[in-house]
Design a protein around this ligand. Structure first.
Ligand code: ADP
Length: 475
């Protein structure tokens, strides 16, 4: 069986509109029908009553019931005209007919026994009489009490044929049914057309979504300049496609970079092994070859470790071991670690003013971050240059600044240096690191709700500033 929820929205909306309208029209038509029926009946009853009262009045005035042998004549005298379409009969309390209008042709009204008894008890009774083979009649039975109210009353009965009334009601019913069916039909038609038109862009969005794949991210939805919900949906969708396009491009570039980074040491390993195998070598040559192989293997393993760390960071699987970190201790430890490297390169590594403050963070990761920045400072500073580590305080934050007098970073490179595998100086890339150091450092700073800011120009040295929130600070 087809469920409503399985149908397309345009059908569901149409059925809903049609259903609600049908219900409203049925209730409205029934109301109109009943109201007209009641008011017509009331007007019929009022006419019957006024005629019955005229007759009753005449009988009471004349006191002699025998003068009513010709009821029609009596009414003509009283009303000044012949009573049209009315059937009249006067009975005594036992139901014996004492007078009746000619139209009745000797037949009598058969009102129910209950109605007859109620009338005998002095009540004015209205009743609709239905006799097979005869038109329906509306009958009023009005008792004529004598003044003492001691004897049983005579009964005046006036009736009218209900065929006109029935015909009017039937016509009204037909008009209401035709009106309701036409309105429902028109509403369903118009509702379906409007729903289909309104939902057309949704179909367009769906068709575009079907076409989208990693190789087809140039698609975009064009439903014209619309400011409504569907326009906003299309804009959101287009923005999502554009984000996906960027993400796919980044992933592609990343895969190319990873393969490239791993392929270079492998090519070196293969090349030097091939050369070494061409002839017999002495143990000294083998040792130096293996040492250089070990360097390449270390390099690959460093790249893989860094990638693993970044992918853990990306997927939110990296946990921070938060504790109190003393900024001065952190700076001094990194200074000690890097001193040998600086000496080797003949770069002057110094520690300037460092604030004695604490922050909440993962000590190992913060050390790794500072280590990367100082390592870069030494790496990209020429012999005889200087790298200085210092710190300053700034409402709720501590800034650890690493200033070098090195090669600096060109303006066109500065916005990319935090990208994975980006190296400003491609020619020197083998000497430099893995190209992942700053990406990792940036992630560590942000994971601590901090940031890394950089100021640099080509050949004028660089300033890397690690901004980290203090323990108990506002940030
Ligand atoms: P790498 O392993 O190549 O150092 P990083 O991610 O640490 O990778 O740095 C990315 C690039 O940013 C470097 O290749 C270098 O071009 C530039 N860079 C980083 N620090 C400095 C610095 N102190 N001076 C000049 N250039 C720098």
């Amino acid at each position: 069986m087809i469920k409503l929820s399985d149908l397309p929205i345009r059908w569901r909306l149409t059925i809903l509109y049609g259903g609600i309208l049908s219900l409203v029209l049925v209730v409205f038509s029934a109301g109109v029908y009943v109201y007209f029926q009641n008011s017509l009946q009331r007007s019929i009853d009022a006419k019957l009553r006024s005629m019955a009262e005229v007759i009753s009045q005449s009988m009471t005035d004349a006191r002699d019931p025998s003068i009513f042998q010709n009821v029609e004549q009596l009414l003509e005298t009283r009303l000044g005209r012949k009573p049209k379409g009315k059937l009249i009969q006067i009975t005594d309390s036992s139901g014996r007919v004492r007078a009746q209008s000619n139209d009745l042709e000797g037949e009598s009204f058969n009102i129910s026994i209950t109605a007859f008894d109620r009338a005998k008890a002095g009540e004015i009774v209205y009743e609709t009489v239905e006799k097979p083979g005869h038109p329906r009649l509306r009958v009023i039975t009005l008792p004529i009490m004598d003044r003492t109210k001691t004897t049983s009353p005579s009964l005046v009965q006036v009736a009218t044929l209900l065929d006109d009334f029935d015909e009017t009601m039937e016509r009204l019913l037909i008009i209401l049914i035709i009106g309701a069916l036409t309105s429902v039909g028109v509403t369903i038609g118009a509702g379906y057309y409007m729903a289909k038109k309104a939902l057309k862009p949704v179909d367009k969005i769906r068709k575009t979504a079907v076409k989208i794949s990693s190789r087809n991210l140039e698609e975009y939805i064009d439903i014209g300049p619309r400011k409504d919900e569907l326009g906003k949906l299309a804009d959101t969708f287009n923005a999502m496609i554009s984000r996906l396009r960027d993400a796919f491009q980044r992933i592609n570039q990343f895969s190319i970079d990873v393969s490239h980074e791993l392929k270079t040491p492998l090519t070196i390993l293969k090349g030097s092994t091939d050369v070494a195998l061409r002839k017999e070598r002495d143990s000294h040559e083998y040792r130096s070859l293996l040492t250089s192989h070990l360097e390449e293997i270390d390099r690959m393993s460093q790249i893989i470790d860094d990638l693993l760390l970044l992918s853990k960071a990306d997927t939110g699987k990296m946990q921070l071991n938060i504790g109190d970190v003393d900024v001065r201790d952190l700076v001094l430890e990194v200074f000690m670690d890097m001193q040998i490297l600086a000496e080797k390169k003949n770069v002057d590594l110094i520690v300037g003013d460092v604030e004695d403050v604490k922050l909440k963070g993962d000590e190992l990761k913060l050390r790794r971050m500072l280590w990367n920045i100082v390592d870069n400072g030494i790496k990209y500073t020429q012999m005889g240059g200087k790298v200085e580590i210092s710190s300053t305080l700034e409402d709720g934050y501590v800034r650890i600044n690493v200033r070098d007098t090195g090669v600096g970073i060109a303006d066109e490179d500065i916005s990319y240096i935090f990208d994975r595998f980006y190296r400003a100086d491609r020619a020197r890339k083998r000497e430099s690191g893995t190209g992942l150091g700053l990406s990792i450092s940036k992630w560590i700073a942000e994971a601590h709700k901090g940031a890394i800011e950089v100021r640099s120009h080509a050949s004028s040295g660089s300033l890397f500033s690690l901004k980290l929130p203090l323990s108990g600070g506002d940030a």
